[in-house]
Design a protein around this ligand. Structure first.
Ligand code: PLP
Length: 491
């Protein structure tokens, strides 16, 4: 089994090298062409996160042994989550909430990144690669912190994170600026997330900078969800949650369910699609956007058009106009037609736009439903769910919950992915519920706790008392220069 570029089937790597490289040299994403007959056997699965994880990873990463996989899972997840089951499931009226915020940085990104760092470490060993790895990452807020935590002080790996200046919440910013570890660096750019992601994708296709880095014995890799090694771990929680609901007699084995996913870069929902591909009984994947609703328009019309105003919303981790992982879906939907994908992506690069063939759009609509919520909708939902259920939704999950309510399906159970702790976006959550003009983004954590008695995650307490290690801001066109100038400061 091998991984190939979405844009060129002649570029092929085994899974270790696909993980190490992150992005294909011509800009395509790595995808498996065939899984063969490897499917989940639901009859044999239990509801232990580590056991489910092993079965899922085996399917996608055949050049890792069972012992390798177990070691990766243990090192990545053991004792890192505040719930021993790794994922907690709550019930909210007729639907379920998959709580993905109990990890070290309080966002679902922990699941992907803690394991990606282990996959990278192991892939370095397996491949006999002599160079060390420099991870470059663009973040809309949550990836950055989770990547820094995942990779800090991992041998032979260095990491640099770029985030949009004033495009992330105060808490997200403090989490990154106070990051510990000798192999890490954090930098803000004047620009939005798309600017950061585009600049970094360019570096991956730039031969000069690669040459420059080779002088430091470094090769580039990515911790963004363009790296397939980050998506595979996310498949696990779809399968785990399903099995847990089966074992709790909430659903029957083989019963189809819906997953509702707050979506930005299309990574998390694509992991749901992969779960379906390996045999998880999924009815619909519901793609929920905020007002940056490119994906909503695309799933309705087949036209992807990023030429529109970029909106800053209260769900900043979804403020994205170029959803990279959609390319992987298009690859599978088009029956792995690399040339067609190459053409679409060329259109996107040159005109900011592409249009999907009608028959392919219909195939997408068979699986995906799309919806979106404005900031006002989001606030109303946070308020309503707290008032009625005493449950706190974070701003991103509230977008998803609104889209669920707009698309009631009485024939299937629905599971909403809660992607962050409400405390990560405490100011907007708090002011959605309580009448108070408080503006201090740090004080509001205690205020929210005092009113709701829902616990503040340990990692978010006392953030303002930690010392700031990084506070550089650069222009978006200077990322390349910055990388070269900073590299020798990392150990
Ligand atoms: C990253 C993120 C999202 C979007 O996930 P994608 O995989 O980029 O679609 C949603 N919510 C939160 C809290 C996030 O951090």
């Amino acid at each position: 089994m091998f991984y190939e570029s979405t844009r060129n089937k002649n570029i092929k790597l085994d899974s270790s090298n696909a993980i190490l490289q992150g992005l294909s040299e011509e800009g395509g994403l790595f995808v498996y062409r065939e899984l063969g007959d490897k499917k989940l056997d639901l009859n044999l699965l239990n509801d232990n996160y580590f056991d489910v994880g092993k079965e899922v990873i085996k399917i996608f990463l055949p050049n890792f042994s069972d012992a390798d996989i177990e070691e990766c899972l243990n090192r990545a997840y053991k004792d890192k989550f505040s719930t021993k089951d790794i994922v907690k499931i709550s019930k909210l009226k007729d639907s379920y909430i998959m709580e993905l915020f109990n990890g070290p940085t309080s966002a679902f990104k922990d699941y992907g990144l803690l394991l990606l760092s282990q996959f990278t470490r192991l892939s370095l060993e397996k491949s006999g690669e002599k160079s060390d790895i420099l991870i470059l990452t663009a973040t809309s807020g949550d990836t950055g912190k989770a990547a820094l935590e995942g990779f800090k002080d991992v041998d032979r790996i260095k990491i640099m994170v770029f985030y949009p200046n004033s495009g992330v919440s105060k808490i997200q910013e403090l989490q990154m600026k106070t990051q510990e570890g000798e192999n890490v660096n954090v930098c803000a750019i004047n620009g939005n997330f798309d600017d950061a992601q585009t600049a970094i994708k360019k570096i991956f296709t730039n031969e000069n900078i690669k040459k420059e880095l080779s002088k430091f014995n470094l090769k580039l890799s990515s911790a963004n969800s363009i790296n397939i090694g980050r998506l595979i771990p996310q498949v696990i929680y779809y399968v785990y949650t399903y099995m847990k609901l089966v074992n709790n007699n909430e659903i029957k084995l083989n019963e189809k369910v819906n997953f509702v996913v707050p979506t930005g870069n299309f990574g998390n929902i694509l992991a749901g699609y992969l779960a379906k591909e390996i045999g998880l009984p999924i009815n619909k994947l519901v793609c929920a956007s905020n007002e940056n609703n490119v994906l909503y328009d695309f799933i309705k019309t087949g036209i992807y058009d990023k030429n529109r105003e970029f909106k800053k919303t209260i769900s900043p981790s979804m403020d994205i106009l170029v959803s990279s992982n959609l390319e992987r879906l298009l690859y599978y939907i088009s029956d792995k037609n690399n040339e067609y994908i190459n053409k679409l992506m060329k259109n996107l690069n040159e005109t900011g736009k592409f249009e999907l063939d009608k028959n392919l759009l219909e195939k997408i609509q068979e699986i995906f439903i799309a919806g979106y919520a404005t900031d006002e909708d989001t606030r109303k939902i946070i308020n309503k769910v707290y008032e009625e259920e005493n449950y706190l939704l974070d701003t991103h999950t509230a977008v998803a919950y609104k889209v669920l309510l707009d698309n009631i399906d009485n024939n299937h159970k629905s599971i909403v992915l809660q992607t962050a702790s409400p405390y990560k976006f405490a100011l907007d959550v708090y002011t959605s519920i309580f009448d108070d003009n408080t503006i201090d983004e740090i004080e509001v954590l205690d205020k929210l706790y005092n009113k709701t008695h829902i616990n503040i995650p340990e990692n978010l307490k006392d953030l303002d008392k930690k010392s700031i290690r990084f506070d550089t801001v650069i222009e978006k066109d200077d990322i390349e220069k910055y990388v070269i100038n900073t590299i020798n400061k990392l150990s």
